[in-house]
Design a protein around this ligand. Sequence first.
Ligand code: NAD
Length: 357
Amino acid sequence: MAVRRILITGGAGFIGSALVRLIITATPDSVMVADKLTYAGNLDSLSPVSTHRRYAFRRLDICDGPALRQTLEDYRPDCIMHLAAESHVDRSIDGPADFIRTNIDGTYRLLEAARRYWQSLDAPQQGRFRLHHISTDEVYGDLADTGGLFSETTPYAPSSPYSASKAASDHLVRAWHRTYGLPVLITNCSNNYGPYQFPEKLIPLVILNALAGKPLPVYGDGMQIRDWLYVEDHARALYQVVVSGKIGETYNIGGGNERKNIEVAQTLCALLDELAPRPIGVTSYSDRIAFVADRPGHDRRYAIDAGKIQRELGWQPEETFDSGLRKTVQWYLSHEAWWRRVQDGSYYSGERLGLAR
Ligand code: NAD
């Protein structure tokens, strides 16, 4: 196939920016990032590719239907990869409204804009077009300690406002395929970690709190199990799906790395003890681990069966949990300027664009 033009919603976020960096540096395709630049959008994360001639950026709220339609008309993409979302479970518990708005209403507006655009294309262009919706394994709910794995046919049973809003968006995407024939692909992925992750999430939070000598918060008893995937492996999987995935299909993506949260915190502390040792006589970073009140509705275990994408599309993660975690710690140690700007608020891209927060 010829070189693609890919519109990426949410491309200034953690996973979106990894995907954009991958596409610009490792493929011949062009990218337009369409992003509202909420607190989670960070143009610093796109600076490695932002001057590239195949890269473009447009500030866009996916809930703004007319602006979406105009963007599709202007850019004329072959593919849309939809990552824009409110993504942090704790924020969804404190204030679900933004999650309902962006994740559900925004996805609906994107589907409608995409449908009109797709219907206006000629037959060869229609045949090339696809909309890839990026979702989460949290839609499947809690595996408890059953030993089972989430497959593509596991019934949906979301627990939090975040996962419920993502489940709703998945249903809408499937309905637009079944009802209107819109060529869609869906992926549901496990917990990501890696470079450029906003430090409200567990792994960067533990690293940066440890370096600052602060307590390292772990929810409840720390026995919640997550299946961790290095973000660059996720980005490669997403690109593989948009290029080779079968229209209408869902693919689960996971690293096969089930770890208890407490183990993750302890492993990070051991890596920091090695890579950023504290002064002689001062105890290990792990002494700062502090159990805090559990999150309401906290699922105990998520774990993905990624067999389908491995068998059908030949995708495999390149990083083990140990190699990916080591790379992540090294990245945070060598990119202090990036996280300092997040911590002091100066990263906030909207202000750089002259916009109110
Ligand atoms: P993120 O919070 O880091 O980034 C979200 C991006 O979407 C930000 O750039 C933000 O500015 C943008 N955005 C938010 N609302 C918008 C709106 N109304 N219009 C346009 N842009 C908007 O999220 P992430 O961790 O990179 O996750 C990306 C996607 O992957 C999400 O859909 C999420 O549900 C899914 N996902 C995440 C994980 C994970 O572990 N982080 C795992 C599986 C799936």
